[in-house]
Design a protein around this ligand. Sequence first.
Ligand code: KG4
Ligand code: ZN
Length: 340
Amino acid sequence: MSSQNIYILGIESSCDDTAAAIIHNGKILSNVIASQKIHEEYGGVVPELASRAHQQNIVPVVDQALKKAGITKDQLHAIAFTRGPGLMGSLLVGTSFAKSLAYGLNVPLIDVNHMQAHILAHFIDEEGFNKPTFPFLAMTISGGHTQIVEVKNYFDMTVIGETIDDAVGEAYDKSGKILGLGYPAGPEIDKRAQEGNPKAFKFSKPKVDGLNFSFSGLKTAILYFIQREVKANPNFIEENLNDVCASIQYTIIGILIDKLKQASKQTGIKQIAIGGGVSANSGIRKALKDGEQKFGWTTYVPKFEFTTDNAGMIAIVGYLKYLEGYSVEQSVTASARLKI
Ligand code: KG4
Ligand code: ZN
């Protein structure tokens, strides 16, 4: 079947990005994202505003994806969409749109788990990017999730560790808020961290059993630390911002790498992939590269445009499922807490 000319439309609307992509036999033809700037003013995603913006964006975004791919909707073989996990109001927009379009075009409808998609983004055909071989470990790190997944095959995955409170991206964003940085703060903390001393300030790592993570204690520790220092010196933040960012980043990367090392040891798997917005981080990228030397790992970091939320990753899962002859009934519903 893979020798045919298969065109799949992927639709992603789980959080605050409205996205559509066309994939042709595993290769991306277009990957369009409308990011919702409105949330910046509020320092976080406002669900009600996100749903409304999805409503406005979905048709133009899909139209643009088709146009950029140089195809018409009649050439589509299937419609893939994010069923969950995510914000219910946001998911409903993409889900309803995908159902109607598949119904209208009379083509198969394919539901996709957003977390599986972050992992399977590694199977998009891209020059210069190797695909992982099974089994491998995938660490998905973003504003909404932090998981370590043992991936035995495309659709045979087990979550072996996850956060018991905040996601790692939230740790970045909440730390940024304490420091007076804009939202989302991850990229700026990363940039400043590269100019600062990672050992300037010490934050203790949380003690969590097994392969699970916890980041809420770190956030509180940073808050108390900053409050104490600012009391003694009102200019503390301005005078030490790069060093504070470097020290926060050093602590967070340390937590992630410790758990990856443990997971690799426990499973005997040395192939390691990352995904999600935080995989854009320079510190985690460097730490993974170091792991190749130190622990004999083979590591996989996706192309930048497939790290943050995007529809290319939804389309590739749609393609892989389509090849297996899979489709879902029109009665399918969005699921905010969908599990892998
Ligand atoms: O995957 P994503 O776009 O959306 C979610 O599903 O959450 O991830 C967004 C998260 C935000 O928390 C943002 O601060 C973080 O990814 N992020 C980073 C970097 N770039 C984005 N965190 C640290 N370093 C970065 N370079
Ligand atoms: Zn995501």
